[in-house]
Design a protein around this ligand. Structure first.
Ligand SMILES: *[C@@H]1O[C@H](CO)[C@@H](O)[C@H](O)[C@H]1NC(C)=O
Ligand SMILES: *[C@@H]1O[C@H](CO)[C@@H](O)[C@H](O)[C@H]1NC(C)=O
Ligand SMILES: *[C@@H]1O[C@H](CO)[C@@H](O)[C@H](O)[C@H]1NC(C)=O
Ligand SMILES: *[C@@H]1O[C@H](CO)[C@@H](O)[C@H](O)[C@H]1NC(C)=O
Ligand SMILES: *[C@@H]1O[C@H](CO)[C@@H](O)[C@H](O)[C@H]1NC(C)=O
Ligand SMILES: CC(=O)N[C@H]1CO[C@H](CO)[C@@H](O)[C@@H]1O
Length: 436
């Protein structure tokens, strides 16, 4: 509270120069400012108390580097004079100053079409009789609004495999006074460099380059330049267009290509800018099987799966920037791979607590009891209905059911059907986890 009162008192002192002295004073603003080309009023008021004095002349002067230069003079008997460099741009605000019997209490001047060179201190001096001279001073500051611009180095930036840093955008705030401050806002990982050039007329050009290593990750990233000029914020954004060679992967092999499966296919998926123009398929250490049909980026295998399909398939994808490959190891199994039963896995993964383990143990015990009961039941049936059992056996031995799409392996198959591309199956398995 006391602090605030002190501050306002201080501001009052600064805002209005009230020099000491008896009776008379000249009142002015302590400082004024304006932009190049604009106009500004420099206030000058003669405050007179008793006894009244006679104003014999009012002189406005510009003070720069300690040297004084007359700007305008108002004399009650001789009239008004505005001196050459200021003639067209400075006038007394009150018409009364120019009257035949002038009133010189308010000799405020209007300064128009401000130039940077007008920045100086200005003295308003009253010559009075019999009190002598009274004067005061105002500091005039001239601002120049900068020209602000953001540019991309090139409309399209090419990500080179050498991973060289390059300037992708430049932000410029030219010929400003006071100088601007440039900052960047982006999620791009990069560095900014800053550079300031002082011009002869007192303005400053600020320039900042934003440097990144162009890559797939920098494509479509937004880069914003924030120029702060006095209390203004000017922002400008660009979205990078980065060209990069294809990033290739092959989809379609699910780790479960078994003999006689129908309609399998491999698709070459490429992320590229610009888009891929050419896809090329090949089989490492061999030629593509006869029954494949290539349509755009997809390899269709006509007819049933055979062992001949196994191998490492490579897809070369090409765009303007380059060619990159993806590959997949295809293994063919005799029988379909049956995914592990879901029910037995999920509860264990979701709560790996004592309770869950207890439940699992309980389940195993229960399964054991059920198995024993079934065994006893079947033994009894075998003894009573022998023919019935043989029909069941026949059903088991029967081949592939059309509805499910996945034929079951014969009951007498000794070796388990283990896929050779096991890694992929673990990927799909993750989809059944707690997260899915
Ligand atoms: C005006 O500017 C001068 C120098 O730039 C400074 O010394 C002086 O204190 C200023 N006067 C006021 C009233 O701000
Ligand atoms: C004021 O003085 C500085 C050096 O002290 C000089 O560079 C500048 O040109 C001078 N300005 C004028 C208007 O004479
Ligand atoms: C200041 O100087 C710069 C460089 O010479 C110029 O481009 C700019 O227009 C000048 N500004 C003003 C307000 O005269
Ligand atoms: C494929 O051929 C290359 C040599 O041409 C050989 O080094 C490589 O071991 C072969 N790969 C397979 C899986 O046969
Ligand atoms: C595949 O290529 C054909 C021309 O061969 C074209 O008409 C079709 O649009 C393409 N399909 C896709 C999905 O790119
Ligand atoms: C041809 C081929 O890709 N064979 C692979 C099948 O899977 C086994 C193991 O999973 C690999 O060792 C083979 O190279």
């Amino acid at each position: 509270m006391a602090m605030a009162m002190f501050m306002s008192f201080w501001i009052f002192l600064v805002a209005v120069n009230v020099p000491g002295g008896s009776g008379q004073s000249v009142q002015m603003d302590s400082s004024k400012s304006g932009f190049v080309g604009s106009q500004v009023e420099l206030r000058c008021l003669f405050m007179n108390s008793n006894p009244p004095v006679k104003i014999s002349q009012v002189t406005w002067q510009k003070v720069l580097n300690g040297s004084k230069q007359n700007v305008a003079i108002a004399n009650p008997s001789l009239g008004v004079s505005v001196l050459p460099p200021f003639k067209d741009r400075v006038t007394f605000k009150q018409p009364a100053v120019r009257h035949r019997t002038p009133s010189l209490e308010d000799t405020t001047i209007v300064f128009s079409s401000l130039r940077l060179s007008d920045e100086a201190a200005y003295i308003c001096e009253y010559t009075t009789f019999p009190a002598g001279n009274r004067e005061n001073m105002v500091n005039l500051t001239v601002y120049a609004r900068p020209m602000t611009r953001m540019t991309l180095t090139t409309p399209t930036i090419v990500a080179r495999p050498q991973k060289r840093k390059m300037t992708v955008a430049t932000c410029l705030s030219a010929n400003g006074k006071p100088p601007s401050v440039i900052t960047w806002d982006t999620r791009l990982k990069g560095e900014a460099s800053f550079q300031e050039t002082r011009n002869a007329n007192g303005t400053v050009t600020v320039r900042s380059h934003y440097v990144v290593v162009p890559s797939r990750d920098t494509h479509r990233q937004k880069l914003t330049c924030i120029v702060t000029y006095r209390n203004e914020r000017i922002t400008d954004s660009v979205v990078l267009n980065v060209q990069y060679e294809p990033e290739v992967k092959i989809e379609g092999f699910d780790g479960n290509w078994y003999l006689n499966r129908q309609d399998v296919q491999l698709t070459c998926k490429a992320d590229a800018n610009p888009p891929v123009t050419v896809y090329q398929w090949k089989l490492l250490n061999g030629s593509l099987p006869n029954n494949v049909e290539i349509r755009n980026n997809t390899l269709f295998f006509k007819g049933p799966v055979t062992y001949e399909l196994a191998g490492t398939y490579v897809c070369d994808a090409t765009n303007n920037i380059g060619t990159r490959s993806g590959q997949v190891d295809v293994n063919v199994t005799e029988f379909p791979v049956i995914p592990p039963a879901r029910g037995s896995e999920i509860p264990l993964e979701q709560h790996s607590s004592g309770a869950a383990i207890g439940g699992a143990v309980g389940g195993v015990v229960l399964l054991g009891v059920a198995g024993a009961l079934l065994f006893v039941f079947l033994r009894r049936r075998q003894r009573t209905f022998k023919g019935d059992y043989s029909t069941k056996k026949h059903v088991f031995g029967n081949g592939y059911s059309k509805a499910g799409g996945l034929p079951s392996p014969p009951a007498n198959a000794q070796e388990p059907a283990v896929p050779r591309g096991l890694g992929r199956r673990e990927e799909t398995g993750a989809d059944w986890g707690p997260g899915a």
